[in-house]
Design a protein around this ligand. Sequence first.
Ligand code: NAD
Length: 432
Amino acid sequence: MKIGIIGTGYVGLPTGVGLAELGNQVICIDREPSKIEALKSGKLTIFEDGLEELFIKNVKSGNLKFTTSMKEGVCDADIVIIAVGTPPHPVTKEADMKYIHAAATELAEHLTGYTVIATKSTVPVGTGDDVEALISKKNPQADFDVVSLPEFLREGFAIHDFFNPDRIVVGTNTDKAAKLIKELYRPFDGKTNILFVKRRSSETIKYASNAFLAIKIHYINEMADFCEKAGADIREVAKGMGLDTRIGPRFLNPGPGYGGSCFPKDTMAMSYMARQNGIDMTLINSAIEGNRQRKKRMAQRILNSIKDIPNPKIAILGLAFKNGTDDCRESPAMEIIAELLNCNAEITAYDPKANDTAKKILGDKIKYSSDMYSAIENADVLAILTEWDEFKALDLTLASQKMKHLNIIDCRNLLDAHQAKLAGFNYSCIGQ
Ligand code: NAD
């Protein structure tokens, strides 16, 4: 099949690579010339485990191409996938649809023959109708259907998730489009659930799922706060809860708050959509506010540990919003660091993959190290903010020799409390 993908970011690129690997002819389109130039010259623009190998293979075979030209990507396509960003509107916090609307308008005039337009971006209910109307207005002759194809990949596991999806949800109001999408996903037949639903249901499934997961994280974070006061251990509590198949063990790791490019914006967008429909989603609203406060409290915890030290130096391990990715959008680390900078702290940070992406957000407000041990040199406190495996191997004896004051705030529960105390640290973690 010929597929055009509009938007070559954290979703568009792994999707393009995956679909090319399945034997489709894929053209990834992006309006950012620097991105397309980099990809054309063989350089990946994001970090994802397993992406590089498949990217090189499929570029070589000719199955995967890149362009800035909407015409080139869309004109012969059987399916055009929209994977542009839907960031929060700066004022209302609803999903900002300007990129979706622009993509729909730009692609319309290049459609030839019957084409399915599949929206992979996370979009508010009713977007399918809007995209349909925009295309018809721009090109009344166009023969097309619009389907909702929400993306459930996890950053850091995007390639794994592409080939091993928990489920594929397709929102379509026509049999003709359903038939083409069935053909696209034929390689997954019998291997996963492929759920065909109404377009509006599909759009809702994505928000309902992300909001649920955000609430689950917020819940375990609050439970961790309780454990700290009540003398319980959240690790044991989470394990005991997770063995209940109705609850399940995943998303029960307490931490500094949820972040990333999806949960914060999708909870806010869902809350906005609910209000527009006269519904007050109290659980979601409470998670949004609780999560915001949590990051402030984490920053305060770090500052409290050094409150008597003049001109303190803070070492941060972890900048990405989670392990396995270089993505720092809405990362708890970004927000915690912003709080620390407000208090004039001197910060040196290290992330195995995200130093460069963090620099685009924080600039020179902090220093960046190329390894853990140079980051903690002379530090008065070490804060662990991302759950990279590498940090688990921190040599505590060496760390105690390098740091000026022995304070660790482990917001990811990566280190062993007993070992940290043996090495002389004041060690604080979550929910224990
Ligand atoms: P991203 O910012 O990484 O990528 C979007 C890309 O679209 C950018 O490269 C941008 O230049 C390009 N673009 C914007 N308008 C364009 C246009 N008119 N023509 C061509 N290119 C255009 O965003 P992302 O993280 O890939 O997210 C994309 C969508 O997928 C969002 O709606 C997001 O909510 C959703 N989603 C993301 C994830 C995730 O883990 N990142 C998971 C599931 C769903």
